[in-house]
Design a binder for this molecule. Structure first.
Ligand code: PLP
Length: 399
C-alpha cells in the first residue's frame, strides 16, 4: 500500500465548473472570482476578501499594504516604518517571513511550543520592543495560536495582528474561526490544503480601506477593479479612467478557473474538516500505547482550539525513535515529512537576510530534530487509516 501525504480533493464538479469558465471565454479575474470572494467572506462571518494566486501572495499583500504610505492610520495601532519589527514564530513556512523582509521590515523569530507547535505567546511578549509594529501568529497544521493572550498583548502594545491561516482554514479558537481575530487573515488554497483552487490564496480584513489598498496592490496599483474607483477617477479627470495607476504593487491575480474550483470546494470544506478531525481522533485513540510511554507525542490542541488537522504531526522521544519510525514508514509505503520547514532560523537563507532572534529557540529545535508528520487528508479510507495505525504501532517493538 502507498499512503500519500496528500491527494487532490477535486472531482468532476470542479472540473465541469472550470471547463464552463473556459467556455465562457472570460478566464481572467472576473465575476466568478468576485462570487468566490463573497462566499469566502460569508463563510468567515463577514468582512472583505481579496482572492489572489497563492497564500504567499496573500502574505505579500498584507505586509505591503500595512507598510505602504497609503495605509490608513488607525487609533490604537502603531505606524509602520522602514526597519520596523514584526514578530513571527520560528516554526512556519518561508513565505510567512519573506514578505516581511520584502516590504522593508525586520522579522523577529520567537520560539514555538513543541507540544502545540504554535508560537509561544510568552516568548512573543518578551520580544516586543519600541520598534515592534506587528505580530504574525501562524496557525500551524490546523491547530491555533492561544489568541486570547496574544490579542491582549497586541492591544496593550498597539500592534497590528496579521493571522497567517494558510494551514488552518476552518479551525476555531474558543468558537471563533481562525483568520478573523486579527486585523488581516491570510489563507492558502494550494492543492494539499483544506480546500484547493490548484494554486490560490485569500487575504481578508474587516477594514474596507485596507481591503481596497490590497486590491490595488494585487493589480500593480491599477484602479480598474477597485470598489471605489469612481472617487479616484473623479480626482484625475485628465487621465483615461481605464488606465489609471495610483500605487505600486504586483500582478498576483487569480483566474476564473481557480474561482470555479474554489466555489465548489468551499461547499465541501466542512465535510473535509469533519473527516480530518475523525482521522486524527482515531489515531490518537489507536496509538495510546505509544503516546502513554512517550514514544510519540502527537500535536496537542491549544486549549480552546477546535483543530482542522492538516496532517498528523508528532514529536518522537528522541532522534533515534524518530529515525526508526521514519524507516518503518518508508518500508511500509507511508509518506512522511518534517514539520513544515523546521526551525526557520536554521535555514541557510536566514544567514543572508535581515532578522532578529528573540530568546532561545529550543522548542523550535526540538520540533525540527524530533518531529515528523504523515498525512491526514480527507479522502483517506478507513483501511488506510488502519494501515497507518498498524504501521506506527509496529515500531513500538523495534525501539
Ligand atoms: C503557514 C504558511 N504560510 C504561507 C504559505 C504559502 O501558501 P502558498 O503555498 O499557497 O503560497 C504556506 C504554504 O503552505 C504556509 O504553510
Amino acid at each position: 500500500m502507498r499512503i500519500r501525504l496528500n491527494v487532490s480533493t477535486f472531482g468532476e464538479e470542479e472540473i465541469e465548473q472550470a471547463v464552463e469558465a473556459m467556455r465562457s471565454g472570460f478566464v481572467t479575474m472576473g465575476p466568478r472570482c468576485e462570487k468566490f470572494e463573497s462566499a469566502f467572506a460569508a463563510y468567515l462571518g463577514g468582512g472583505e476578501a481579496a482572492f489572489v494566486n497563492s497564500g504567499s501572495s496573500a502574505n505579500l499583500l498584507a505586509f505591503f499594504a500595512l507598510a505602504n504610505d497609503a495605509a490608513p492610520k488607525r487609533p490604537g495601532k502603531r505606524k509602520f516604518f522602514a526597519g520596523a519589527e514584526v514578530i513571527v514564530p520560528a516554526v512556519t513556512w518561508s513565505t510567512t517571513i519573506w514578505p516581511i523582509i520584502q516590504s522593508g521590515l525586520i522579522p523577529v523569530l520567537v520560539d514555538s511550543d513543541p507540544r502545540t507547535l504554535q508560537m509561544d505567546v510568552e516568548a512573543m511578549k518578551a520580544a516586543i520592543t519600541r520598534k515592534t509594529v506587528a505580530v504574525c501568529p501562524v496557525h500551524v497544521l490546523g491547530n491555533t495560536v492561544a489568541m486570547d493572550e496574544l490579542l491582549a498583548a497586541a492591544a496593550e502594545h498597539e500592534l497590528w495582528v496579521i493571522e497567517d491561516t494558510c494551514e488552518a482554514l476552518g479551525s476555531r479558537y474558543r468558537g471563533t474561526i481562525a483568520g478573523t481575530m486579527g486585523d488581516i487573515g491570510t489563507f492558502s488554497f494550494f492543492f494539499s490544503h483544506h480546500i484547493t483552487t490548484i494554486e490560490g490564496g485569500m487575504v481578508t480584513t474587516r477594514d474596507p480601506e485596507i481591503a481596497e489598498l490590497m486590491r490595488c496592490l494585487r493589480a500593480h496599483g491599477w484602479t480598474r477593479q477597485l470598489k471605489r474607483r469612481g472617487e479616484i477617477e473623479a480626482r484625475h479627470p485628465e487621465i483615461d479612467p481605464a488606465f489609471l495607476f495610483v500605487n505600486t504593487g504586483f500582478n498576483v491575480r487569480p483566474t476564473e478557473i481557480n474561482a470555479a474550483f474554489g466555489l465548489v470546494q468551499l461547499g465541501r470544506l466542512d465535510g473535509f474538516n469533519q473527516r480530518r478531525k475523525a482521522i486524527a481522533a482515531d489515531w490518537i485513540g489507536r496509538l495510546g500505547a505509544l503516546i502513554e510511554d512517550g514514544t510519540i507525542s502527537p500535536m496537542q490542541p491549544t486549549p480552546g482550539a477546535d483543530c482542522a488537522w492538516f496532517g498528523f504531526p508528532m514529536l518522537c522521544r528522541n532522534r533515534e525513535v524518530r529515525d526508526a519510525l521514519k524507516r518503518r514508514l518508508d518500508e511500509r509505503g507511508v509518506e512522511h515529512r518534517p514539520i513544515i520547514c523546521g526551525n526557520m532560523a536554521r535555514q541557510p537563507a536566514l544567514a543572508r537576510l535581515p532578522h532578529r532572534i528573540a530568546g532561545t529557540l529550543s522548542g523550535a529545535d526540538a520540533i525540527m530534530d524530533r518531529g515528523l508528520l504523515w498525512g491526514a487528508h480527507p479522502l483517506m479510507t478507513d483501511a488506510e487509516v488502519d494501515y497507518v495505525a498498524r504501521t506506527a504501532l509496529s515500531v513500538g517493538t523495534t525501539v
